[in-house]
Design a protein around this ligand. Structure first.
Ligand code: ASP
Length: 589
C-alpha cells in the first residue's frame, strides 16, 4: 500500500508515530514560513504541516501543490499545540509533520470547489460527476447507500432469502412503461427487451421452488422523464412463497424500521406503520400516497350543507357529489391575493372553485359564502371542522374524485408552507385494498392498477365477471413522507385466473400467449401461492439521506432527458454496427 493509515482516522493515540498518507490536497494555506495542507481521502481530512527548517524539500514541494493534487506524505503525528485544536473535524487534535512529500499526480483547477457543498449548476456537476462525487455530500450519500444495501443483504440472508441474478437481456416485463429494446445481431429483426422489473422471473423462481428470493435489481423503463425518475433504477426485488399479504408487509416493515433507525439513524413518527385502505387514504388525504407527517385531513360536510342556503353546496350534494373541507391553522389573515391564488390552484386541479371561511382571532367570520348561510349552519360547519380562532377553512364541492384530488393537493401545498413537511422524522404507512383495475376512458378498457400479475382479493373473484371495477387487489404500497418507495402484491398463481385478467385488460389471447406463454405454461406445473414487493433503493436512500431527488443518491445518474452528460450517451454509432444489427436509421423529415 502507498499509505499506512487513513487520513480521517488519526487520533491523539497515534501521536509520536511515523505514518505514510496518500490522498488529495483539499486546501493549502501558506503562512509565509509554514505551509499547511489539508489532506483528504475517503475517510476524511487531516492537517499536514511542512516546515522549511526541518524538511526543506517537503516544504518546497508543499509550496507548489494545489487543490486536488494527489500526494503522498511521510511524517510524524503530533498533538496540536494548546489552543490550536480544531473541534470541527475528528482529527482536529493532531497534525502530521511532513518529512517527505511526493506529488503522485497533479490536477487541473476543478470547475467547482470540492471541499465544500456550495451550490453548483447541476449540468456542470453531472458533466464532472467524478469530481462531484468527491464532495462531502455525495460521499455521505454513497456511503449511506452502501450501508443500506449491505444491511438489506444481511437482514434477508438471516431470514432465509437467497440472492439470485436474473437476465437483463430478456423479453418484455411490463410495469406500465415503454420497454428499452436491444436489437439482436444473431436474429435479424428480433429484439430483447430490458426488464422493467424482474417480475416474471421472480415468479418463475417461486415456481422453481426457491421460496425466498431477493435481488438488488436494475430496472429499465423508457418513460417520459416526468418528475423525479430515471430510465434505469435499482430496486430491492423480493418474492416469497406460501405467504399472505400480512407476511410480506410485516417483513418489509421490519426491514424498513431497521434501515431507518439502525442504519440511517433517523426516527419514525409511527411504529408500527398505520394501515389505510385505498378508500380511507383517498377520502382522508385525497391521495393514495398520504403524507402522514401532519394532519389537516379532509372532512366531509355534505350532510351539513345538503339543505343550506348556498346553492353550489346544495346542488353538488343533490347531484351525488360531495362537499369537503380542510382546516388550515394560522392562515385566517390570508389576503385577497392569497385566497385568489388558492382558488386558482383548486381550478388547476379541475375543481369549479374553492369556498373559504376564516375565523379571526376575535372570532369574527369572513367568508366567500357565509352570507348565504344561516348562523346556526355556520356554527355547525365550523364545529364539524373543529375550527378555532386563526383558522382558514377551505371547501370544495364537486364529484368525490375531484374534491379529494383538489383538497389533497391544497393540503400538501399548505402543509409545506406551514413547515409541516420538513423535519428529521419519517412517517411511513401502508395503503392496501386498491381497486384491481382502473378504467381507461380513452382506450375503453381496464388497466391494472398495479400490474397484471396481482391477484384479486379472493372474496372479490366473482366480481371479475360481474363488476370488475369493484374488485379489490391484494396490493400493498409502502408510503413514506408522501412518496411510495415500495409496492407489491400477492400474485395470481392459477392459469385460469391469469388468463381472465389478460382478457379483462384487453390482451388478445394470442398476444398473451406470445408474450407470457412461458409464465402460463409454468403455472401448470405446480405453482405455490406467492407474493412479493420491490422497494426502490434510490428512493429509499433519498428519503433516508433527506435528499430532494434521486439523482443525489445515484453515482452516475442521467438527466431529465435521459442523457449521460459525462460520457455523452446516447450517441450515434458506426454504420457497420448498424449493419450488423440489421438496422437502418430513418431520418425524421
Ligand atoms: N414488480 C413490481 C414493481 O416493480 C413490484 C412487485 O410487485 O413486487 O413495481
Amino acid at each position: 500500500m502507498l499509505k499506512t493509515h487513513n487520513c480521517g482516522e488519526l487520533r491523539p493515540a497515534q501521536a509520536g508515530e511515523e505514518v505514510t498518507l496518500a490522498g488529495w490536497v483539499n486546501r493549502r494555506r501558506d503562512h509565509g514560513g509554514l505551509v499547511f495542507l489539508d489532506l483528504r481521502d475517503r475517510s476524511g481530512l487531516v492537517q499536514v504541516v511542512a516546515n522549511p527548517k526541518t524538511a526543506p524539500e517537503a516544504h518546497a514541494t508543499a509550496q507548489q501543490v494545489r487543490s486536488e493534487y494527489v500526494v503522498q506524505v511521510k511524517g510524524l503525528v503530533r498533538s496540536r499545540p494548546e489552543g490550536l485544536e480544531n473541534p470541527d473535524i475528528p482529527t482536529g487534535e493532531i497534525e502530521v509533520v511532513a518529512q517527505e512529500l511526493v506529488v503522485l499526480n497533479p490536477a487541473k483547477t476543478p470547475p467547482f470547489y470540492i471541499y465544500d457543498d456550495s451550490p453548483v449548476d447541476e449540468a456542470v456537476r453531472l458533466r464532472y460527476r467524478y469530481l462531484d462525487l468527491r464532495r462531502p455530500r455525495m460521499q455521505r450519500n454513497m456511503m449511506l447507500r452502501h450501508r443500506v444495501v449491505t444491511a438489506i443483504r444481511s437482514f434477508l440472508d438471516a431470514r432465509g432469502f437467497i440472492e439470485i441474478e436474473t437476465p437483463i437481456l430478456f423479453k418484455t416485463t411490463p410495469e406500465g412503461a415503454r420497454d428499452y429494446l436491444v436489437p439482436s445481431r444473431l436474429h435479424p429483426g428480433e429484439f430483447y427487451a430490458l426488464p422493467q422489473s424482474p417480475q416474471q422471473l421472480k415468479q418463475l423462481l417461486m415456481v422453481a421452488g426457491y421460496e425466498r428470493y431477493f435481488q438488488i435489481a436494475r430496472c429499465f423503463r423508457d418513460e417520459d422523464q416526468r418528475g423525479d425518475r430515471q430510465p434505469e433504477f435499482t430496486q430491492l426485488d423480493l418474492e416469497m412463497s406460501f405467504v399472505e399479504r400480512e407476511d410480506v408487509m410485516t417483513l418489509t416493515e421490519e426491514l424498513m424500521i431497521h434501515l431507518v433507525e439502525d442504519v440511517a439513524d433517523r426516527t419514525l413518527l409511527q411504529n408500527p406503520f398505520p394501515r389505510l385502505t385505498y378508500q380511507e387514504a383517498m377520502s382522508k388525504y385525497g391521495t393514495d400516497r398520504p403524507d402522514l407527517r401532519f394532519g389537516m385531513t379532509l372532512i366531509d360536510v355534505s350532510d351539513l350543507v345538503a339543505g343550506c342556503g348556498f346553492r353550489v353546496f346544495r346542488d353538488t350534494v343533490a347531484g351525488g357529489g360531495v362537499v369537503k373541507g380542510i382546516r388550515v391553522p394560522s392562515c385566517a389573515a390570508y389576503s385577497r391575493r392569497e385566497t385568489d391564488e388558492l382558488i386558482a390552484m383548486a381550478r388547476g386541479e379541475g375543481a369549479g372553485g374553492l369556498a373559504w371561511l376564516s375565523v379571526g382571532q376575535d372570532g369574527a367570520i369572513r367568508s366567500s359564502f357565509a352570507k348565504f348561510l344561516a348562523d346556526e349552519d355556520i356554527t355547525a360547519l365550523v364545529g364539524r371542522m373543529a375550527g378555532e380562532a386563526g383558522d382558514l377553512l377551505l371547501f370544495v364541492a364537486d364529484k368525490a374524485s375531484v374534491t379529494n384530488r383538489t383538497l389533497g393537493a391544497l393540503r400538501l401545498v399548505l402543509g409545506e408552507r406551514l413547515g409541516l413537511r420538513g423535519g428529521e422524522a419519517l412517517a411511513c404507512c401502508w395503503v392496501i385494498d386498491f381497486p384491481l383495475f382502473e378504467w381507461d376512458e380513452e382506450r375503453q378498457r381496464w388497466d391494472p392498477s398495479h400490474h397484471q400479475f396481482t391477484s384479486p382479493r379472493v372474496e372479490d373473484l366473482p366480481l371479475l365477471d360481474t363488476d370488475p371495477g369493484a374488485a379489490r387487489g391484494q396490493q400493498y404500497d409502502l408510503v413514506c413522507n408522501g412518496a411510495a418507495p415500495a409496492g407489491g402484491s400477492i400474485r395470481i398463481h392459477r392459469r385460469d385466473v391469469q388468463e381472465k385478467i389478460f382478457d379483462l385488460i384487453g390482451l388478445d389471447r394470442d398476444v398473451a400467449q406470445e408474450r407470457f406463454g412461458h409464465l402460463l405454461r409454468a403455472f401448470e406445473y405446480g405453482t405455490p401461492p406467492h407474493g412479493g414487493i420491490a422497494p426502490g433503493i434510490d428512493r429509499l436512500v433519498m428519503l433516508l439521506a433527506g435528499e430532494p431527488n434521486i439523482r443525489e443518491v445515484i453515482a452516475f445518474p442521467k438527466t431529465q432527458q435521459a442523457a449521460d452528460l459525462m460520457a455523452g450517451a446516447p450517441s450515434p454509432v458506426e454504420p457497420e454496427q448498424l449493419e450488423e444489427l440489421h438496422i437502418r436509421i430513418v431520418e425524421e423529415t
